[in-house]
Design a protein around this ligand. Structure first.
Ligand SMILES: [Zn+2]
Length: 261
């Protein structure tokens, strides 16, 4: 087997190692998620200093190491400058990266999820409305991972969808009708109309999602539910979600004020 290889990758995380090195977590299209050492990458004059910072899309040249592989060269394909300078976009970006990280297994190629993440990063950097984009990503990524929420029927009584206020149970993994909701302990109140929104966000590709206008309150509610759903299914906490929800409270109070005017 060859000792060197190259990959397309999104730099998802980095931490310091020794005096001048970094350990980077890469989501590679060809080999899935892997950690690698970038030697000397914290020296200001290093040619891979910038390319090994998240969130960068790179072509990385790698060498097989004893424990971790080494990044020997790294060519920036897209640096996503707006995701570094705009705090709100950065918050959504961090959530996307952490979510992808949570869903990935080490060294298991998941090219569809890679393409989905890359598309989301390009659209987010290009000025798309972050909320529907990140919500669509969350739904599609959960579906890809095999634990998408049940949107077609009430998980408790299996009655077909109708209008009104229902609920959602993270434990049962799907929607509840008005009658069942009070008897399910973890039920979250949830408008049934949001299920149609969720279905569209699941089925459309991300560039199409970015072109449309979405009902903001419903989408905000969906994203909150998807966060809990994913945390429950993966048994991992999404740390960046707290920053995201704080940001959404700020956005919500801004839109509520606008509604009153
Ligand atoms: Zn029911």
């Amino acid at each position: 087997m060859s000792r060197v290889y190259h990959v397309q990758a999104v730099v998802m995380r980095r931490r310091n190692l020794a005096e001048t090195d970094k350990i980077v977590t890469l989501f590679t299209r060809e080999r899935g998620k892997l950690s690698a050492v970038a030697k000397g990458a914290r020296r200001p004059q290093s040619r891979i200093a910038g390319a090994t910072e998240p969130p960068t899309f790179v072509r990385a040249f790698m060498a097989v190491g004893q424990n971790l592989d080494l990044v020997t060269q790294c060519e920036v394909k897209e640096a996503f400058p707006h995701l570094r300078t705009d705090y709100d976009r950065l918050t959504y970006c961090n959530y996307l990266l952490e979510l992808a990280d949570t869903l990935l297994e080490e060294r298991l190629p998941q090219p569809e999820l890679f393409d989905l993440l890359l598309s989301a990063l390009y659209l987010l950097n290009g000025g798309a409305d972050p909320l529907p984009l990140v919500t669509a990503f969350s739904l599609q990524a959960a579906e890809d991972a095999g634990f998408g929420p049940s949107l077609d029927e009430r998980v408790r009584c299996h009655e077909p969808i109708s209008r009104g206020l229902g609920g959602y149970s993270v434990g049962l993994g799907g929607a509840l009708c008005r009658v069942c909701r009070p008897s399910v302990k973890d039920a979250i109140r949830f408008p049934v109309s949001a299920l149609d929104t969720a279905k569209q966000l699941l089925e459309l590709d991300l560039p199409a999602v970015a072109k449309l206008t979405w009902p903001e309150r419903e989408v905000r509610g969906l994203l909150r539910i998807l966060r809990r759903h994913t945390e429950y299914r993966t048994e991992k906490k999404l740390k960046s979600a707290e920053f995201l929800e704080a940001l959404q409270l700020k956005e919500k109070s801004a839109t509520d004020t606008a509604d009153e005017v």
